[in-house]
Structures are given as C-alpha cells and as structure tokens.
Design a protein around this ligand. Sequence first.
Ligand SMILES: Cc1ncc(COP(=O)(O)O)c(C=O)c1O
Length: 457
Amino acid sequence: MAQKKVFLGEEFLPKQWYNLNADFPSPMPPPLNPGTGEPPDPGFVEHMGNIFPMNLVEQEMTPERWIDIPEEVLGVYKIWRPTPLYRADGLEKLLDAPVKIYFKNEGVSPPGSHKPNTAVAQAYYNKAFGIERITTETGAGQWGSALAFACQLFDIECMVYMVKVSFMQKPYRRLMMMTWGSNCVPSPTDTTEAGRKVLAADPDSPGSLGIAISEAVEMALARDDTRYSLGSVLNHVLLHQTVIGQEAKLQFDALGEYPDVVIGCAGGGSNFAGLAFPFVADKIAGKEVQIIAAEPLSCPTMTKGPYAYDFGDNNQMTPLLPMHTLGHDFVPAPIHAGGLRYHGMAPMVSHGVNIGLIEPRAYDQIATFEAGVNFARCEGFISAPETNHAIAAVIDAANQAKEEGKEKTILFNWSGHGLVDLAAYDDYISNKLTRYELPEEEIDRALRALEGLPKLG
Ligand SMILES: Cc1ncc(COP(=O)(O)O)c(C=O)c1O
C-alpha cells in the first residue's frame, strides 16, 4: 500500500527563508517611486517606512539568498509546522492517469491556510520595531484571520478592512478575527477618503482588494504607532512562505522522489511562491520541473493582463510595481475565491512568468468547484475555493500525462481548508454558480488605466 503521508519532526523546521531574487537568471525590474518614476531613493525608502516597519522595508529590498528566521517566529511556527505532505491516491484512482499526486497540507494552521507563515513573521517584525497597531485588508477573510491570530500572539492591535462582498458571504471569518481580538469592517467604509470616493461613485460597490488596501494604507499613514501589513504580492511576504517548499523538498527526499510538476493557485502569488520557489531555484540550476500557477478566468492577471508598471492599490498610494496587472481600477467579478480577486500578480511571480520559468493557467469557478468536490469525495478534505483552482490544474496536468502516455509525479499546494466557505459549496451544489470570463473590453480598460505610467523594458 502506498505511503499516505510524510511527517517531519520539529527539528526539520526550516531555519531560514529563501529569496529567489538572489537566483533569477536576469534581474527583476525595480519598483518605482510614483512621484519621480525612478527607482527607490532615500526619500522613497523613508516613505515606505511610514507604511511598513523599516525592518520589513529592508527585508523587501534584500539581495540576500537566505534570511534567518527569528527564534520567536520559529516558536510560533511550531504550533502547526512542519505541515504534512499527503499522497492523493484517492484522486489518482479517480483520474486513472499515470500520475502520483502529492499535496502539502497548509490547512492545518489554526486559521486554516498558509497565510500565518507571513502573518506571524510580520507581527513579530512590527512588534520588534515598536509598532502597536496594524491595519490590513482581506478578501476571503483568510488573511485577516491569519493576521488577527498573529497579532494576538504578539500583543498588537489589528484593524481589518474586509472586501464587502466577502464580508457578506463569510461571516464566520469575521467572527474568527473577533475571537482573536481584532476589529473587522466591510470595505468600502465611509471612514476613509479612499472609501468615501468609491461610495460616492457607487454606493453599492461590492468592494475589491485594491480599494480595501487603499483604506488600510490610509489609516496606517494617519497614525505614528500604526503600520500596514499586506498578505501577499510583496517580496518579503513571498519569502516568508518559502518554508512550505523547503519542507516539501525534505519530504520528497524522504520518499526518494522528486516532482515533475509543481502547482499552486495564485491570487497575489504567495502560497504558489512559497511552495514553488525552492523548486524554481532547482529549475534555474538545470533540473527539469514544470511549474504551474493557476488563476481564475474572471481575474486572469497572468494569462491576459499586460506586464507593466502599476499601482498595488486602487487609490494609487503604493509604489509602482512591475507586474502582470488588470489595472489598479479593476473591480473583479464576485466569484467565491475572494483571495484570488486581485488585479496584480507578485512582481517575483510576474518576472518568473515573463522569463518562462512559470506557466500560468486560468480556470472557471464552476470547473474549480467540480474539482474541489471530486477531491473532497476521494480525499476527504474540503478545500478553500482558492485552493480548488490548484486542484483543477492538477486534474489538467494528470489528463495531459494520460494523453501523452507519460508517468508523472505532481505536487501541489493545498493552501487552505474550506470549512468556513461552505456557503460557496452550497451555491455550487444547488447550481447557483455562474461562469465568469473576463470580457475582452476589460483588457482595453486595463490598458487605459496604465496610460501615463512608466513603461517596462
Ligand atoms: C486558502 C487560500 N489560498 C490562496 C489564496 C491566494 O493568495 P496567495 O496568492 O497570496 O496565496 C488565499 C487568499 O486569501 C487563500 O485564502
């Protein structure tokens, strides 16, 4: 009988985070100061230090390949890390393809996803810098609940702006945040300039991650003891997640195997990067491994969005980031995978796509729920709607292996459980879900939003 799972002892918890920036074969374009259109100067770095604590700004820009994980962070990671690697032999049987399928179970963390890997690190660095209050945005509520959990452990106040459509769909995430002692409000609110501007144009705005980010950044800049925290996209966030891929490599070593295909779903890119980047490093060094990032057809940042300089938020308060983007004014369709409804993709992931290291794929939400329900029926675990995009890509890769008659080992990131997302499953099971594909006109709108901004390359 096949080995079902691989556990690692606490002594195998990675002691460093990995920074892919040190190994890219061609350097990633720098972020730009929106005021000058130039790479960061000292004034710009100081401005960033008003948004994030300076120790994280430094980590954001570091060229170092390895960054030591502080003892205090390791101590908290031990609550749920190392996470188990599972063999999805039930899914293999269902697909009847010549594949072995493995997944890294990030759903075992207290908030139920990969998000606390960076939330805990960010709460620690804020505390170390003397910050007393953190603001953030959240889509599905996974990030907000992860940060609420982390802030509670490091005794920091936490204020979460939750995208309104998700706030309505997912009351239990809000209750988790409140249980961990945080405050959570539906965005757009009328308490910030950014929120009031959106509400004036559309009083029924469903909100978006871009708008919620604007609100959270504005509130962080309003108080000296407050900083903002982002759950994805930025370099430091992605590197905090690399414990996932490092553990997976040790678990594959224990099995005496190596994956042919590595897959993750991608909203801002963090869980995908966390699993994939240590394998991308091997690919750069010559190893043959296919790396796939799965996104929604309704928010096809990598598959349809241009690679360009754009703002990370709706209100143009962030630096200009080199990324695949649907434009900072993009308001995505209200699909259930709230965490994948973001207009941009992490600069590191975008660069990887642009230089051919990473292959993007897009899936409709109905196909992803079908994949998730099939997975739940043969593996037991009920996935987060975001995670279902990775499972849809796994099924595609398995079917492709079958067509090609090739044996393959597939590894994917099971980024979170869906036990707080059952309303979404209810909509799928009762045939209430609609297919959303981004209309072509939306790409023209994205290009208009990018007009006047510095161009890449
Ligand atoms: C379970 C889960 N997976 C994936 C994502 C997508 O985010 P990222 O691309 O940063 O991993 C989210 C975001 O909320 C999430 O909650």
